[in-house]
Ligand binder design. Structure first.
Ligand SMILES: C=C1C=NC(C(F)(F)F)=NC1=N
Ligand SMILES: [Mg+2]
Length: 212
């Protein structure tokens, strides 16, 4: 059963995104983050050293098993075919990926579909198909070369004012001290890559987010 929007919004509270380019030990980092309070996980395997083919699928399956043992949704970035092949809990797509309507038709109503949006128009186009939208970069980010213009929480506020019930997650350079304001401005949760993946102490970094 596709989780209600409210239940899904709760699950977006601390959304960890990671792949092999973000940390030397993906499985260890993700397991620690899951132990310390991450509520949703996205496997985002992009960049020059990214895994592909069988190696990528094997890593995806290992991460999926980890997430299942912590009862945390396992989402795959971009790669809809891989998500279907391993029965992931959902996919996340950007504006340069397959159209949200097509992805929704492929994965069906019971899987999660997340869409990155950078404008109100993109949010309006996503609303009929997406279970949640990712809005950012809220702050400058090192995790995505082609991130759009930094827009703070302005668009989060605008999208929340227009779509009262739409689950929203903020992303981009987010640190623990930013979380209260981002939630105050209308996000249900925050997505984090390097503040956890690059932390010298992943457990402590995760707990600093999770206790907020
Ligand atoms: C580019 C992205 C933007 N937002 C998100 C999420 F946080 F999941 F919404 N994931 C991405 N990969
Ligand atoms: Mg993409």
């Amino acid at each position: 059963m596709n989780p209600s929007r409210r239940a899904l919004a709760e699950q977006l509270q601390l959304y960890f995104i990671c792949g092999t380019p973000n940390t030397k030990d993906v499985l260890g980092t993700v397991e620690t983050a899951l132990q310390c309070g991450v509520t949703c996980f996205q496997f985002r395997e992009k960049g020059k050293e990214a895994l592909y083919g069988d190696k990528k699928e094997a890593m995806a399956r290992a991460l999926q098993t980890l997430c299942r043992s912590y009862d945390v949704p396992f989402i795959i970035n971009d790669d809809v075919a891989l998500a279907e092949r391993i029965d992931a809990d959902g996919v996340h797509i950007g504006q340069d990926d397959t159209e949200a309507a097509h992805v929704r038709a492929r994965i069906g109503p019971d899987k999660w579909l997340g869409v990155s949006v950078h404008t109100l128009e993109e949010a309006a186009a996503a609303i009929d198909h997406a279970d949640y939208v990712g809005i950012g970069p809220v702050y400058p980010t090192k995790s995505k070369e082609d991130a759009g213009a930094v827009n703070g929480t302005t668009l989060i506020r605008q999208v929340r004012d227009m779509y009262r019930e739409l689950p929203i997650v903020g992303i981009g350079g987010i640190l623990p001290e930013h979380v209260p304001m981002i939630r105050q401005d209308g996000a249900d949760g925050v997505a984090v890559i390097s503040a956890i993946a690059s932390a010298p102490d992943v457990a402590m970094a995760t707990r600093r987010f999770a206790c907020l």
